[in-house]
Design a protein around this ligand. Structure first.
Ligand SMILES: NC(=O)c1ccc[n+]([C@@H]2O[C@H](COP(=O)([O-])OP(=O)(O)OC[C@H]3O[C@@H](n4cnc5c(N)ncnc54)[C@H](O)[C@@H]3O)[C@@H](O)[C@H]2O)c1
Length: 452
């Protein structure tokens, strides 16, 4: 079966979730383009969107309607080409409405996994739970034909394990979109030794159809993105625990978060990022990695303690941030969790100012992440800033330099252990998936004498 044929019958499982809804949107847009294009003539297209949560499927319908309209508004030139023979469509608005109506005619919403019968490609984005994924793939294997391909959005579970234990015969790839899938450009493609070669080739083509940048990762739990993020998070946590003795927990959390955001010029501090991803998700991925990776203690008693106290992070249905290490207002941290007291302590200048003083002044050349993100001269500015950082003798610069060293070591270990092919791939994941301005494998933390 060729790819054009495969695109005619596609399923998404967990379609109403955070990731599944974005994947459903991208596929709905791509399949509609194909249906309207020269290859679509005479073919019937079916997009089956399945989720166990019926109410959330209602929300998915309105999400698709609003997002497809936005996408259509941005692609009127392409749509004019696709609707060239529709002389009745004159204004852009008419073409946009026609596209949205055509796109919304494709999906069928269901809570019945049985509806996947006949699907040529199934994209799965259900919860990150090995037993649940194995159960669902076991059912899919019996339901779908022997040619069906499976694309799992798992963040950490080795795909060879699913392949082997369910007996999928190499018909599954790891297709790791980043959140939100409709916006994020990166896609980590994970294949195992048994993955069918035509599936690997088609996976690259589909990623290109969906306008994603593919970075390949080897099938080792956590892959590149979480392989770096989880260890980077554990390093931040170890620094928090070390500094708690001297300063107290909320103070240490503030210090490490501040250094990992501002002193490292990253989009978010490390604890803010863990809150965004979810303390619960962090714990879950940690658990999977710990199970499959030998010789490394990938575990955090602090994360376990936060979870025991119900501190879970993640987002509310309206997209606002739930409480985690920090409490947020309008997306900004306004209070920090006190582990001893089990409540949030407002971030106010009376004590954060003192801590800022302890860290010292930010090195010369500092520009916040936002100010550099779109600056074409950012590489030179970063190099100058980090040279000043290395030349500064303050608590802030020493914490930041150690952080950079550890981040680089994590990146290099991902290559040594075979997860990533090279530094370019490690850096590419952090640049594209985490919006860092520089990859972890760099000379920024190096001793000035060793920099060339
Ligand atoms: N959220 C992220 O930032 C992110 C990023 C990359 C990858 N992932 C991965 O994507 C997957 C989904 O994560 P998410 O954040 O979208 O989770 P989510 O909880 O938002 O969505 C999961 C969806 O799956 C549905 N579901 C649960 N069991 C099901 C079943 N048996 N059959 C059908 N539907 C079922 C749920 O109702 C829910 O709508 C996980 O494997 C996760 O590791 C998440």
């Amino acid at each position: 079966m060729d790819l054009a044929q495969r695109y005619t019958d596609v399923g998404v499982i967990g379609a109403a979730g955070k990731m599944g809804s974005g994947i459903a949107l991208l596929l709905c847009q791509q399949m509609t383009h194909r249906r309207l294009g020269p290859d679509g003539k005479g073919r019937r297209f079916k997009l089956t969107l399945m989720d166990v949560n019926d109410a959330a499927l209602d929300g998915l319908q309105s999400y698709l309607a609003s997002q497809l309209k936005r996408m259509a508004e941005k692609s009127t030139i392409l749509l004019r080409g696709l609707y060239a023979d529709r002389k009745d469509l004159v204004e852009n608005g008419e073409i946009i409405d026609a596209f949205v109506a055509d796109a919304l005619a494709l999906p069928r919403f269901t809570t019945d996994l049985g509806a996947m019968k006949g699907a040529h490609m199934v994209f799965e984005a259900i919860a990150e739970n090995i037993d649940l994924k194995k159960k669902v793939y076991g059912e899919l294997k019996n339901l779908c034909g022997p040619e069906t391909w499976f694309f799992t959005n798992t963040s950490s579970i080795p795909i060879s394990l699913l392949d082997r234990e369910v007996g999928l015969g190499g018909r599954i790839v790891g297709y790791h979109f980043y959140n939100p899938p409709a916006v994020q450009k990166l896609l980590e493609l994970i294949t195992g030794p048994d993955t069918q070669s035509d599936l690997i080739e088609a996976s690259k083509q589909i990623a290109s159809d969906l306008r994603k940048k593919v970075i390949p990762a080897n099938d080792i739990a956590g892959f590149i993105g979480n392989g770096h993020f989880i260890r980077d998070g554990l390093y931040g946590i170890s620094e928090l625990e070390r500094l708690t003795g001297e300063h107290g927990f909320p103070e240490a959390a503030y210090l490490v978060n501040h250094v990992s955001q501002d002193w490292l010029i990253r989009p978010m501090g490390i604890f803010q990022l863990i809150d965004y991803v979810g303390v619960d998700v962090f714990q879950c991925i940690l658990g999977v990695m710990n199970r499959f990776i030998d010789g490394e203690d990938l575990h955090s008693t602090l994360i376990d303690a936060l979870m025991d106290k119900g501190v879970r992070g993640g987002q509310n249905p309206d997209g606002s941030q739930k409480d985690g290490f920090f409490r947020y207002e309008k997306g900004r941290p306004v209070a920090v969790y006190s582990l001893d007291e089990g409540k949030y302590q407002p971030l106010d200048d009376s004590w954060t100012g003192k801590l800022d003083g302890l860290l010292g002044t930010l090195p010369e050349g500092y520009v916040p992440w936002k100010g550099l993100a779109r600056d074409p001269g950012k590489n030179e500015k970063l190099a100058a800033y980090f040279a000043n950082l290395r030349a500064t003798d303050t608590l802030g610069s020493s914490l930041a330099t150690s952080y950079l060293k550890r981040s680089k070591e994590i990146g290099e270990n991902l290559i040594k252990s075979g997860v990533a092919a090279n530094a370019e791939d490690v850096n590419g994941v952090l640049l594209n998936g985490f919006f860092h301005l520089y990859g972890p494998i760099n000379d920024y933390a190096a001793d000035p004498q060793t920099v060339h």
